[in-house]
Design a protein around this ligand. Structure first.
Ligand code: 9MR
Length: 396
């Protein structure tokens, strides 16, 4: 197991703030026993997370710490299930709320897996980020096999999208904290993606409609636009910025923008804090919604072993800066890594030439990596300077 690297001055800060940081013990260990209490450390009460868990440390600064959840593992994999409950105060279904999974056959909904996650979240006092209502990817094949072409007419598509949003948001009404209403509507060059939705509406008008329908169906849910590479100032971030500004001007019920945060150590660290802040300055909440930090790794089967033994230092730095950017922006209400065990990450399967991986906070054996301890320390230190809106970012 990796030992945490203690930052200079950290121990005194931890003592001042009353947070017990772990030594070489697992992240789930309780506070160290004082000499007077020598003997077995009592297990923390089942209904209260350990003080040094990410979720408890996040609570101290009013920041929800989330994770994407793989429903093939939740409930069947004991360690995976335990860590999901113990470490995170928000959950995002990695796949099971996507259209392909909720309506595989036209007209027949299957909410079973998504319902199971919502129940789990309630039981464990977690909020849910609903992901995602409008996307060009992971559509059911009866609707479109590639997100850009379809045999359905424009009128049919419009009616289908309205029904999809209304039915899904109503099904989960009251149970979703933030909805990713629209996902990835812009290309990297800042041009709108010409998806089936864009073509049916003859432009980006589908986005305002989607937000209005979602708001009607659950007026209390926070409604987000979610995308990748918004972290970097450039054509895409600028285009999305201009676009959400027009949505606000038109009084479209958009509450926030999600910065996915799929980072890679081969690129420079983005000017994330500035971008979070400029979107927040439009009167929006912001969130980091799908953070991972990939690096070059060995070929299969060792896809999560970095080729450079120093890679973890760069990864620690990226995780830490991503967290600090959120902590520094008052309107940043949640920080969500895209899963927590390297074995379950989408990265090795997607970036395989050259191979990349090792992108998450826990290794293939679900042991916390040094990146985990860095976040733990950043959160503990942030508690010394509270400047945040309060648990849950003001809701629940
Ligand atoms: O992690 C998800 C993976 O299991 C799916 O196969 C993939 C399908 O495109 O989607 C992944 O999640 C994506 C998320 O929904 C939207 N942003 C990018 C994520 C990584 O591709």
């Amino acid at each position: 197991m990796h030992r945490p690297k203690l930052a200079i001055g950290l121990v005194s800060v931890a003592l001042l703030s009353g947070v017990a940081l772990v030594g070489s013990a697992s992240a789930e260990a309780g506070p160290a026993a004082t000499p007077a209490q020598a003997g077995p450390v009592p297990a923390p009460p089942q209904d209260r997370p350990a003080a040094d868990s990410l979720r408890a440390l996040g609570d101290r600064v009013g920041l929800r710490i989330g994770t994407a959840v793989n429903m093939d593992e939740l409930g069947s994999n004991a360690d995976y299930t335990r860590i999901t409950a113990e470490q995170f105060s928000s959950v995002t279904p990695e796949n099971v709320m996507k259209w392909q999974l909720v309506e595989p056959t036209r007209g027949t909904y299957d909410w079973a897996a998504a319902d199971r996650l919502v129940e789990f979240a309630k039981k464990n006092k977690q909020l849910v980020r609903g992901h995602t209502l409008v996307w060009h990817s992971q559509l059911p094949t009866w609707l479109s096999s590639d997100g850009y072409t379809t045999t359905l007419s424009n009128d049919e598509l419009k009616a289908l999208l309205k029904k999809h949003i209304q039915d899904q948001v109503k099904h989960f009404k009251g149970d979703i904290w933030q909805w990713d209403v629209v996902n990835e509507a812009f290309d990297d060059d800042g041009k709108p993606r010409e998806t089936v939705w864009y073509k049916a509406w003859g432009g980006l008008g589908y986005i305002a409609d989607a937000f209005r329908w979602a708001h009607e169906a659950d007026p209390k849910a926070l409604l987000f636009y979610n995308d990748y590479n918004l972290e970097f100032t450039g054509p895409k971030s600028n285009a999305v910025y201009d676009f959400v500004k027009t949505l606000k001007a038109q009084r479209v019920p958009i509450d926030g923008v999600g910065f996915q945060g799929h980072l890679d150590t081969q690129y420079g660290f983005p000017d994330l804090q500035n971008n979070l802040q400029r979107f927040a300055d439009l009167g929006l909440k912001v969130a980091e919604t799908e953070v991972d930090v990939r690096t070059f790794t060995e070929a299969a089967p060792n896809v999560n072993t970095p080729t450079d033994p120093l890679a973890s230092y760069a990864q620690e730095s990226y995780w830490s800066r991503a967290m600090k950017a959120c902590l520094a922006v008052r309107e940043c209400i949640s920080f969500t890594p895209w899963g927590f065990g390297d074995t379950y990450s989408w990265i090795p399967g997607w970036f395989d030439d050259p191979q990349e991986g090792a992108a998450l906070l826990y290794d293939g054996n679900l042991q916390p990596k040094s990146q985990y301890y860095v976040l733990q320390q950043d959160l503990a230190l942030a508690a010394g300077a509270p400047h945040r809106p309060g648990p849950g970012g003001g809701r629940h």
